[in-house]
Design a protein around this ligand. Sequence first.
Ligand code: URA
Length: 436
Amino acid sequence: MRAVDLIRKKRDGLELSNEEIGFLVKGYSEGDIPDYQMSAWAMAVYYQGMSARETADLTLHMAASGDMVDLSSIHGIKVDKHSTGGVGDKATIVLGPLVAAAGVPVAKMSGRGLGHTGGTIDKLEAISGFSVELGKEQFFNQVNDIGLAVVGQSGNMTPADKKLYGLRDVTATVDSIPLIASSVMSKKIAAGADAIVLDVKTGSGAFMKTLDDSIRLASAMVDIGTQVGRSTVAVISDMDQPLGHAIGNALEIKEAVATLRGEGPSDLQEVCLILASHMLVLGGKAESETEARMILKEKLESGAALDKLMAMVAAQGGDIAQIKDLALLPQAEILVEVKSVSSGYIESIQAEEIGIAAMILGAGRENKNSVIDLAAGVDLRKKIGDSVTIGETLAVLHLNKEHESGQEEAVNRVREAYGISSEKVQRRPLVFALVT
Ligand code: URA
């Protein structure tokens, strides 16, 4: 088999066999196929697409390129959740404990943040002592004991995807639906869950800016899950503004805990209840989403979900005093109010711009080696649909002295991220579609 023949075949719109896709993935991972040939193939895929079968084959070959986690020693149906990324998305920290409290084991591997999006692992590290690196046995035992563990991804998962993603990033081939779908699903499949709930974000802060593209991506991922025997559903949720009010690591932990106390923002609580309901149904703990929702609301109201978070924090070495008293979490030295320069109604909030402002203040990473400031971030005081008058606070920036030089740029970015209309504005739906 020769790579050039497979590139030509894809260029001409023909379907590659499982064996041919395996040849490309293995050859590229092992260095036998050079970057220039793999780039040409990725560009051919970008234009010609891939069939559902080809996409599933690519996913499985990439999943098998590194460690495949075997969760079979954990009792029960393991359900994973994945978000395609957004700004202020702390859903895992709320719904992990919520779902675990309802009896579905959550053995979650999460990522770190890069650029304008945050990562669950960084957020959890805002809690002093919290360890995101557990040995396999400890990870499995913890899930069997308390129903919940969240750790960083193992070093050698899906190396083929890592290499191909790096190549796509510099060859303008990231935004190909079959390539994104197989990249995301290869990681989920390698992580070992029996069932997967996908939160596909749509809007200004999302990978997919339009609803049509988001539905196409969700369908491609659900098709892969179905083809490889992992029940998968996708919820298309709004990322035309950040989720909740807090953006930044310690700020997001505070908001997640407030939500588990029943005192969080309604959008965050609602998205978590919707995603968690699907997890309960897939995990066999509820017959329908309506029944799941009743169970979950009871777990919130009784404090059982908050207790689960505390049990996880304690088991992973974190300081639960900081969960009981949120003022003990890292706090920024400087608070800066961003004031509105006009009156009206909030019409839009460019989530990506808010994420970049938070990054400039130190909450995110400009590159892989950046060190983040756990206390820094942005607290939004106005969301879409709210009224505002001149001089009123739109958002509060949290920063430490080391990032004071970025303050002016962050203030401008946050102010400009807000679109203000003189007409009354309808609140946006939180969820647009369900793909099964
Ligand atoms: N996230 C991924 O993991 N892979 C992609 O291709 C795009 C976003």
